[in-house]
Write a protein that binds this ligand. Sequence first.
Ligand code: 9MR
Length: 388
Amino acid sequence: MPNRKLVTRRQALWLSLGTLTSIGAIATAKAGYESQQIESLDNSKRNFKVAAYTPLKKRAATKGIIYGAAIRRDLLQSNPKLAASFAQQCGILVPEWELKWNFLRPTPNRFDFTAGDWLAKFARTHGMLFRGHTLVWHEALPPWFKGVVNRQNAEKFLVEHIATVTKHYAGQVHSWDVVNEATKPGDKRSDGLRNSPWLKFLGPDYIELAFRVAAEKDPKALLVYNDTELEYDIPEHEATRSAILKLLERLKSRGTPIHAFGIQSHLWGHENRFNPKKLRKFLADVASLGLKILVTELDVRDKNLPKDLKLRDRVVAATYEDYLSVVLDEKAVIAVLTWGLSDRDSWISKYAPRSDGLAVRPLPFDSNLKPKLAWNAIARAFDRAPKR
Ligand code: 9MR
């Protein structure tokens, strides 16, 4: 197990380096992070060597794992180099935008599958699997949703949406994120569920209903419950992990057709409160319910890391490798998807930009599609993973 040692090393490194300028230190202190905390996450001696540049999908496949990434149609269509790298590296594709309500439902009565179909075809043409994201979420709802959907008609909208979309793609989808981010302990309900529009209109049973409708229309797809902000050893994440376990246990005990848990894994490069033992135990608990696990949205935010490119790339790479070596130790984990392939296109440049204005570097490829240390880190984790 790589666990305790890693934590200790990361923590010990806290006090070692001295690369931040005082301006940087003031900036990070303002951001609420101790400067030595950030400096110390780096180990300039750590190497991320790989023997060969065999694509990630092949390395993963050797171990019975699927590797892939999220992508948008506009990016694949406008950038042939990206399309080629994507086809070379990825064994599975998940649309970052195109299967969400706001894309599929221009009006309450019309479905538009154009963009989703384009991506499904791209995946098929290049021999990739295709993932669906997501049927039920409190975000990415169309502008008309608020004025139209209410307590009286919510069940009709939910069922109609899931039935229509899963039927449209039936037989083409490896796995569906049926319900996304349904927990939020901060909302203070005893079951830890999020006070989403769906919960407000339909009560907690909307989750089970969603899985039943999806299973009926696409009996071949792996049906996934997907969630976020649960990876670290902090009280909020601990609470989310227990809310999720409670939810999964309840769904299984009622015979709900749920097959897997999706752990999003939007990580932070500066975060040192990673507890391999606790995360490993959580994954084992999920697996013991008879569920598979997918790492669905992996990336590493570098917002609070120093400017220095080499240092930044090393810390991001270390975060990938440390995380994946713990997660892939659990054999129920069957897939790893990064949330994008190239730094140029990451959601993070908009949602968690750096305050110094430098470009973010959260993904395995840089903006010119050159593999970075993060790529090596993922490759190394696959190379070391036990076979499924
Ligand atoms: O990366 C996605 C971003 O481009 C979209 O604007 C946003 C809303 O549709 O969704 C982002 O993806 C999210 C995913 O669907 C669910 N987990 C969190 C992801 C990052 O916010």
